[in-house]
Design a protein around this ligand. Structure first.
Ligand code: PMP
Length: 399
């Protein structure tokens, strides 16, 4: 059927040329094909590259015990669950993992979903009703923003990690039932939320608090339990969300909190009820990863050794890395074009990095997002710094 050009919903697709323009000049940094495991070194087009664009913080995705656990689970349960947790898709290993995660996060109960993104969609839309309010940091993850879009309640944003602005919003909505949702570690900036102050404000103004700890679990806290453990205030956070796609070496996510709230979410979360449960191999991987976090604490120590080396290395070279204080280290380059150029020059140097441009980051603050693993060697990290130095000088980012 012929559709008039100006009433065709596909019109925007035909007009979208930006990505093709970048491809034409060899500056397109997305959907690059990796031909190896998500290790400190990966293979792209047959060439080895140092991977500093992965969220595999503890280096567990290729750990023999994790892989063995996946293979065992496939042997016993097969490849998938063919249905949602609510109906036919709950296996004994789903329930066991929920119990294990609840113990790990030190909450009464946990509920597992098929992706971290779905946790935020499912939890926020289940909890925030018509007359309620959800309050979020402006730089919260896209899945929180989209979760808010699914609610019938009000949504208010405050300036990034700005506690005075959060208090202003809380004061303006003192009469509402409300929840504050923050990232524990912000996924682009690599800074940590001012959680003690958020907790204090939540208490003062009668708000509930949820922390998305996608980048905190396995990274922060003495035993890798995340941002709340880092600050020693686990008891004061109502809900902790995590994903398996970072330190936990798999795919899926969880929400942990009081038994009654988790019970409610279990019965009202559409992203849980109407979507198939995580496959056996993914579940088994998380369980094995949690065991390794407990039995090999030196991994977290090594991750921080690597992180501190790189934070210092970039600052000493004169790069602008903002307030980062975690294994996520953004190198702020300014305009989008510079970010694309830098990423491809680094690729030519044998270093894999990610590019974040507006609107993911503010206009004029395009960045190269780097992130580190416990399994990077000192020699690999030195090569990364040397490559950045050459590229930074060539692009005039450093003197
Ligand atoms: N929250 C944050 C802060 C994240 O960075 C991500 C993943 N990028 C998610 C949630 C979504 O997790 P998943 O990849 O498991 O869907």
């Amino acid at each position: 059927m012929a559709i008039e050009k100006n009433t065709d919903i596909f019109g925007k697709c035909f007009k979208f040329t930006r990505a093709k323009e970048l491809m034409a000049v060899g500056l397109y940094p997305y959907f690059r094909m990796i031909e190896s495991a998500q290790d400190p070194e990966v293979v792209i087009k047959g060439k080895k590259m140092i991977m500093v664009g992965s969220n595999n913080y503890l280096g567990l995705t290729n750990h023999p015990k994790v892989k063995e656990a996946c293979i065992e689970a496939v042997r016993k349960y097969g490849s998938g669950c063919a249905g949602s947790r609510f109906l036919n898709g709950t296996l004994d290993i789903h329930v066991q993992l929920e119990e294990k995660l609840a113990r790990f996060i030190r909450k009464e109960a946990a509920l597992i979903f098929s992706t971290g993104f779905q946790v935020n969609l499912g939890v926020i839309s289940a909890l925030v009703g018509k007359n309620d309010l959800v309050i979020i940091d402006k730089m919260d993850h896209a899945s929180i923003i989209d979760g808010c879009r699914l609610t019938y309640g009000g949504v208010k944003k405050y300036r990034h990690n700005d506690m005075a602005d959060l208090e202003r919003v809380l004061q303006e909505h003192a009469d509402k039932k409300k929840i504050i949702i923050v990232d524990g570690v912000f996924s682009m900036e690599g800074d940590i939320v001012n959680l003690p102050k958020v907790v204090e404000l939540a208490k003062t103004y009668g708000a509930r608090l949820m922390v998305d700890d996608a980048h905190g679990v396995g990274v922060l806290g003495k035993t890798g339990r995340g941002t709340a453990e880092h600050f020693g205030i686990e008891k004061h956070v109502d809900l902790i969300m995590g994903t398996y796609s970072k330190s936990l070496a798999s795919i899926g996510g969880f929400i942990a909190g009081s038994a009654e709230v988790i019970h409610y979410i279990k019965h009202f979360s559409r992203a849980l009820i109407f979507s198939a449960s995580p496959p056996p191999a993914s579940v088994a991987a998380v369980s094995a990863a949690l065991d390794i976090i407990e039995s090999e604490p030196e991994r977290i120590a090594q991750l921080w050794k690597n992180t501190n080396k790189m934070l210092k290395g970039f600052r000493d070279l004169g790069f602008e890395i903002g307030p980062s204080e975690t294994p996520i280290i953004p190198v702020i380059v300014g305009e989008n074009e510079i970010a694309f150029k830098a990423a491809m020059m680094l690729q030519d140097e044998g270093v894999f990095v990610n590019v974040a441009i507006s609107p993911a980051v503010p206009e004029g603050h395009a960045l190269i997002r780097t992130s580190y693993m416990a399994t990077h060697t000192e020699e690999q990290l030195d090569r990364v710094l040397a490559a950045f130095e050459r590229v930074g000088k060539a692009l005039g980012l450093i003197g």
